[in-house]
Design a binder for this molecule. Structure first.
Ligand code: ZN
Length: 381
């Protein structure tokens, strides 16, 4: 690749991240925000300016007196990043710029989700996205978001129950198929990375992202860093037990949040209550039209999630919890119980944690995968 990377030092990564998330900023402002001396800021920004990742904006001097300031800004189109979200039924891909702005997006249904089918399908999507003039020369990283237990360092999917994958060396296979540098990350962690720099997590030193859908996922940021835990399983909110002797969870235990509040759990319980098989959409429609037993199924899901969120707030004390995901489509049916239970069980100051609920598209997940590539650009050498 005819490409010069800035190869940042730790100070360089800090300075660049500060401009990336809060810029444009003058060198003085960067110094104030990072606590670095002006000499260190000047030295740290140099490789980014030399390689075109930062640009100096025209000097401004609002007072008309003194030395004009030249704010530093990100050159968003200096490098583009590919991100792909793999679901069991579909691939969703995006191209983002350096500020995680989505420049293009495409989707492709998956007739089957074996690695043998998914790898060539991703390679085709990548080709499609790189045909835009001028793009290929500015892309070198492909981020891939997959649910399950991922070895980020080797790019191996250790286990993905939703895809039925075990020990798949996805990064190596995709590198061979595309020639790109490939990073594979757990989908919720990828989304959390995007929220931390470019979304609701911005400015919060501690926050959590909780996703509701096929499963219940959780990404945790404490003191600005994504928490992985000693065994890579930190933040398994979906498997916090909340109902004694409750329903069986796909993980093999009983009474987990996911056993009550994941989509398949809601569908199973709703079908049982209705005495006939229902899809999620049918259960939602009937509950919205006033079917009390079905409304109760959704209320119980909201209660279980509220208990899980209260446990999270009491343990970690985040400033903010963002609840998102496909499951939020039924928010009108679960939201009230979710909030009530959270408020009732969050201890003391933990209840000051802001609960933010907002929908999320599959493109957002793919964008998260692209942000994993942006992060990697800044890994200090
Ligand atoms: Zn479980």
């Amino acid at each position: 690749m005819h490409y010069n990377s800035p190869q940042p030092t730790p100070a360089g990564a800090l300075v660049f991240t500060t401009v990336l998330t809060r810029g444009p900023l003058s060198r003085v402002e960067i110094g104030e925000l990072t606590g670095l001396s002006s000499a260190t800021v000047t030295k740290a920004t140099r490789p980014f300016l030399d390689n075109g990742y930062l640009v100096e904006e025209p000097a401004e001097d609002p007072s008309g007196r003194g030395r004009p300031r030249s704010p530093l800004a990100i050159r968003a189109d200096r490098e583009f990043f590919l991100g792909v979200k793999v679901t069991a039924a579909e691939l969703i891909a995006v191209v983002t710029d350096l500020r995680a702005g989505v420049r293009a997006t495409t989707r492709r249904p998956l007739p089957e989700c074996t690695p043998e089918a998914v790898v060539p399908a991703i390679a085709t999507l990548v080709e499609e996205l790189l045909t835009e003039p001028g793009r290929r020369a500015r892309v070198r990283t492909l981020g891939v978001a997959v649910s399950g237990d991922i070895d980020r360092a080797t790019g191996v999917v250790r286990s993905s129950p939703f895809l039925g994958w075990t020990q798949v060396d996805l990064a190596a296979q995709l590198h061979a198929a595309t020639g790109l540098s490939v990073l594979v990350e757990n989908d919720v962690k990828a989304l959390t990375a995007a929220e931390r720099w470019f979304g609701s997590g911005l400015g919060a030193s501690s926050f959590a992202l909780v996703t509701l859908g096929t499963g219940v996922g959780c990404g945790l940021v404490v003191n600005g860093a994504l928490v992985a835990g000693a065994h890579g399983v930190a933040g398994e909110l979906g498997h916090v037990p909340v109902v004694p002797d409750g329903p069986r969870c796909p993980c093999g235990r009983t009474g987990c949040v996911e056993a009550v509040a994941a989509e398949r759990a809601i569908v199973a319980r709703a079908s049982e209550v209705a005495g006939t098989p229902l899809t999620l959409a049918e259960a939602v429609a009937k509950a919205r039209s006033g079917n009390e037993p079905l409304r109760e199924v959704f209320a119980q899901a909201g209660h279980a999630i509220g208990l899980g969120l209260a446990a999270l707030a009491n343990l970690v004390g985040p400033e903010r919890i963002v609840v998102s995901g496909e499951g939020l489509a039924a928010y009108d049916l679960i939201g009230e119980n979710l909030r009530q239970t959270f408020t009732a069980h969050a201890f003391g100051a933990a209840s000051r944690c802001t609960l933010e609920l907002r929908p999320l598209s599959f493109e957002d997940w793919a964008r998260g995968a692209a942000v994993v590539g942006i992060e990697a650009l800044l890994s200090p050498t």
